[in-house]
Design a protein around this ligand. Sequence first.
Ligand code: ZN
Ligand code: ZN
Length: 299
Amino acid sequence: MFVTGAIENEYEWAAGEAASRFFEGLRNRTFLGTICRRCDVKVVPPLRFCPRCLKDMEFTPVEGKGEVVAAVRVSRDFPNNPWKSPYVLVGVKIDGTSSIFYHRYLHSKHIPEIGTRVRLVWEEETTGSLADIRGFEPEGKETVNSGEQDLPAPAKPKVINGRIRVQYEWALGSMGDLFRKNIRQGKLVGVKCPGCHRVLFPPFPYCGVCFTRCEEVVELPDEGVVDSWVPYYLKIPDSPLQPPVIFARIVLSGSHTPFNHLIRGSPESIRTGMRVRAVWSEKREGSLKDILYFEPVEE
Ligand SMILES: [Zn+2]
Ligand SMILES: [Zn+2]
């Protein structure tokens, strides 16, 4: 059986000085990199510290020209990607740098040959994002916009808000199927390994410790102990818990392997080794999400 779904979460990314200045540069049609004069290392996009000597690097405009070192045709559309397929992605070794910069190849539906000389083409309107670059075109063509090469003023740190969605299709396997059927009825099952006598939860067809095939199914209680935990400060989609949320590794009583789940409680109230019990959801879909979270058991 296959389970299809998506992992989706919001993020807030503090881009830091180097990336902030890079994006600000794009707004001014400047392709900004950094150079380490000690090691003669130049990179684009810029890095704050030299990858060789770890000292400060100096910001410098880079000419958007180079040589194609990798190319691939993309024939599928992805969510939030403005480019419609088919298009060609190229890796361009930018002249004078040690960087390979990936972007779209313009002017052709054909995959360019490795070694093709290309140059960067800017969009008419710029917004301070990677989309300010329209792509790379073969060097022989007439260009509409050529890059201005003024060093942009130091930018204030940029924070990028976004949402990431990763779709998946997962083959459950025999044990996954069994796990799913049982949890839908509010039952937790594991398997007992005949080799090392450990009980694995969730169940797997092979023991991860001794690689023996496991077939003996055992029912487990919905109670266990906290093995380790960490507070998490963002909202978790579909969870009734408000941040900070406790992410924990929990070992069910009678089992020997930890799994990840949430615990209701403040970071101050959680300790390793404390007993917890599952709080079940009304809605059952046949996954560990049928348990909303675990809560501490009064002792
Ligand atoms: Zn260096
Ligand atoms: Zn084993």
